[in-house]
Ligand binder design. Sequence first.
Ligand code: NAD
Length: 394
Amino acid sequence: MASISTRCAFLFFKRCQIARGRQTLNVARRKMSIKILDIGTPIVALSDARRFISDCMVAVGTPREYGDILAENLIEADYRGHYSHGMNRLDMYVRDVQGGLCDPKAAPCIIKETPATAWVNGNNGLGAVVGIYCMDLAIEKAKKSGIGMVVVKESNHYGIAGKYSLQAMEQGLLGMSFTNTSPLMAPTRAKGSALGTNPLSLGAPAANGDSFVLDMATTAVAVGKIEIQKRKHEPIPEGWAQDESGNITMDAHVAYDAKRLMPLGGPELNSGYKGYGLGVLVEIFCGMLGGSAYGPNIRKWGDSSKKADLGQCFIAIDPGCFAPGFPERLSDFMGFLRNMEPADPAKPVLVPGDPERLHMASVDEAGGVRYVQDQLDTCKSLAESLKVKPLIPT
Ligand SMILES: NC(=O)c1ccc[n+]([C@@H]2O[C@H](COP(=O)([O-])OP(=O)(O)OC[C@H]3O[C@@H](n4cnc5c(N)ncnc54)[C@H](O)[C@@H]3O)[C@@H](O)[C@H]2O)c1
């Protein structure tokens, strides 16, 4: 996976250098590099981070094969710059397994299927394991029927939605994935939360290794980004979350405790109801079709007394079933977008997936990722309590 991503980043940079000139791109690269290089903690090689995650999961009873799948999933998130869903999530997975809320040995199984669809039981296994299985099944069906759609119940947190779109894209297919999550979004006009951050993703392969990868929460941001602000002891921007009284807050601790994130778009005046609507759309593909828990019935974020029973949806589509030349058309379109004159010359126009490519290139250049000190402290505690080799040698 890493080598494919690296190749995409390389191709992307090559094209940009030709199309826009070295200078503009380097500004964008420098900005992204600062993100991982300026925090002063040691560089952690991706292979070391993967090893640490897998060891921790094995220490709590996960088969090595599944520990490696989870490690690959989390490190893909860090590599792509979504630190909210990488190492940041490890202690939650460990706690869920230790508390008997997630079965680390469980394998998913098909309940019902047609040539193009399947309804799967995740059997309360690790979300990353369930997700990879479901998208493999959707891919297999898409290769035979042109489209494959798999919906699962009784799953757990599956990491970044984009991971599964990438999985389909590696086979030359369009990939989509959706998951419901614990109630964290306050619907437009509501004081309390009733929906999750319900992410959605579409990955589409373009020509010469390029691609479009939209991977987004339907809240203004993923809750993990508020956790990261907490870890950094920094405020959150206006429009991310409300406090318990329904007022917009910039305090990361207040926002995290209140669990009332704003939908994508923020307040009603800024069309936040569209993010709310997209959150319900995700829930229709997941909890409604899958028969899992849904909306306010899903366990509260951080609740360690109840199984998650999440619903997820995976779609693979063969572009060859439609007009010929899809990858070339997509490349042409994305090239047009990237080459548009930017409003601010220091900020080139990007397409979804480009920020992640830029981040991956920065990681490759630096030889690894940097975690904030609070994250390293969590890893140290995990290594001590689980008696595994530490992430960073002491
Ligand atoms: N499993 C879960 O429960 C869960 C819940 C919520 C979010 N997530 C994951 O969290 C991650 C972060 O979500 P997010 O919504 O905070 O992501 P984000 O806001 O950082 O990015 C969202 C999308 O916008 C694109 N983008 C960003 N800047 C852009 C620009 N200037 N021009 C064009 N496109 C641009 C990105 O490439 C990405 O596709 C995602 O991977 C998501 O799947 C997971």
